[in-house]
Design a binder for this molecule. Structure first.
Ligand SMILES: *Cc1c(COP(=O)(O)O)cnc(C)c1O
Length: 404
């Protein structure tokens, strides 16, 4: 059986003819950088977040006067950088985040000359341990960057309460959290200063590379827009369509080159419309894993508390192997059987740069260290067939019956 199978990847983008046609249309239009498609994507994205659970979003269904502003960027990494900058994070400031995240969360803090201060995770949610935030706050602390790990929402009410008490900014790394919901409130609608999404190839919706900043704060939105494109005080698109002379622009800061192309935005528009359809398929796959793997010596991921009011995006399905099984052998066994897996993440306190730069010790991050030894992300993506999933489940079961 295994020899005739194609390799089942750990993640796979869901690109259909409509995305392909949308890109071709942009290519033929003559405008291939940031333009009307990106504006449309931003408008739809703001609407998507604001409308909370609008599950039949259509392109003609615009809402004027958004309270939310969405700023498209070429990656979540760029988005985090811009959001932190716009929130005033600068040299020697401290920003509290989790050790269990992708290095982009921390590196963007360093771009600004500030320092990431890592907290350990909560054993059940894998999100930052909220009880450890306050003890890390110093007079230099400027912001908190929570990460909704795997798509399970952080307790934003608690985090924002702490931030208010100490006058800190909150920038959510929502790379995994589209759509995630907490107490009937979609991630993106809490009272944070900025929320940053990723459209990287493996994320719940994709534009190949891309990201989005969402904020209700006009000053933050304006600053992100300006810094996104060379510190120029107008978008390139406005520049070429406004009544001002087309050659005129003003540079007001040494900005960055973080804008999203219209090809990418055209893909994003198609993907966003399918976000809940994608979510429903991910949920189905997650539910089947819960059902089929529950009797194995595996710790399954924490689900949301109230399925009527909360959403886990199921960007990742992370299992933790229990005693007497070797995680690395499990990964090799899966790979030998043509199944891709991954590890999310090697905690940052264990990565050479962060560990050495800040003298971080495993004993100060006991929960994340223990989690890392046994964690594996198994495949979850919309294009997976039921037969694919049966094969994955049977392969996992065979790992245990073989007593490896
Ligand atoms: C993917 C990811 C990012 C970076 O996203 P890019 O769009 O690739 O820059 C940031 N944070 C987390 C937690 C991620 O998983």
């Amino acid at each position: 059986m295994k020899d005739t199978r194609d390799f089942l990847p750990f993640a796979l983008p869901d690109i259909q003819d409509e995305e392909i046609n949308a890109v071709v249309e942009v290519l033929k239009s003559g405008w291939i950088t940031t333009g009307i498609k990106t504006k449309e994507f931003e408008t739809l994205f703001a609407e998507f977040i604001e409308n909370n659970d609008n599950r039949d979003l259509s392109a003609n269904n615009y809402i004027k006067n958004h309270k939310i502003e969405a700023i498209a960027v070429n990656s979540a990494t760029s988005g985090l950088h811009l959001a932190l900058e716009a929130c005033g994070v600068g040299r020697d400031d401290e920003v509290i985040t989790t050790t269990l995240t992708f290095t982009a969360t921390a590196e963007t803090i360093c771009y600004l000359g500030a320092h990431p201060i890592f907290v350990d995770i909560d054993k059940e949610t894998l999100n930052m341990d909220i009880n450890q935030i306050e003890q890390k706050i110093t007079p230099k602390t400027k912001a908190i960057v929570p990460v909704h790990m795997a798509g399970l929402p952080c307790d934003m009410e608690q985090i924002i309460k702490i931030a208010r008490k100490y006058n800190l900014k909150v920038i959510e790394d929502a790379a995994h959290a589209l759509p995630s919901m907490l107490n009937n409130t979609l991630i993106g609608n809490h009272d944070s200063d900025a929320i940053v999404y990723s459209f990287y190839a493996t994320k719940t919706i994709t534009t190949g590379e891309g990201g989005m900043i969402v904020t209700r704060n006009k000053e933050i939105a304006n600053r992100c827009r300006i810094m996104r494109l060379h510190g120029i005080n107008k978008d390139a698109f406005d520049r070429y369509t406004s009544n001002k002379p087309s050659w005129y622009y003003e540079v007001v800061a040494p900005g960055f080159k973080y804008n999203l192309t219209d090809m990418a935005s055209a893909i994003g528009i198609c993907q966003l419309k399918k976000a809940y359809a994608f979510y429903n398929r991910r949920l189905e796959i997650a539910q089947r894993y819960f059902e089929e793997l529950k009797n194995l010596p595996i710790l399954l991921p924490k689900d949301v508390v109230n399925p009527n009011a909360d959403i886990h995006s199921w960007h990742l399905f992370i299992i933790q192997l229990q005693t007497h099984t070797n995680r690395d052998e499990f990964i090799k066994y899966m790979s030998d059987n043509k199944i891709g897996t991954s590890v999310h993440f090697i905690p940052l306190h264990m990565q050479p740069y962060w560990k050495n730069r800040y003298h971080l010790k495993n004993e100060d991050y006991k929960t994340a260290t223990a989690y890392y030894q046994q964690a594996v992300s198994i495949p979850i993506y919309t294009k997976m067939t039921n037969d694919d999933q049966s094969y994955i489940i049977n392969t996992i079961k065979s790992f245990y019956t073989l007593g490896l």
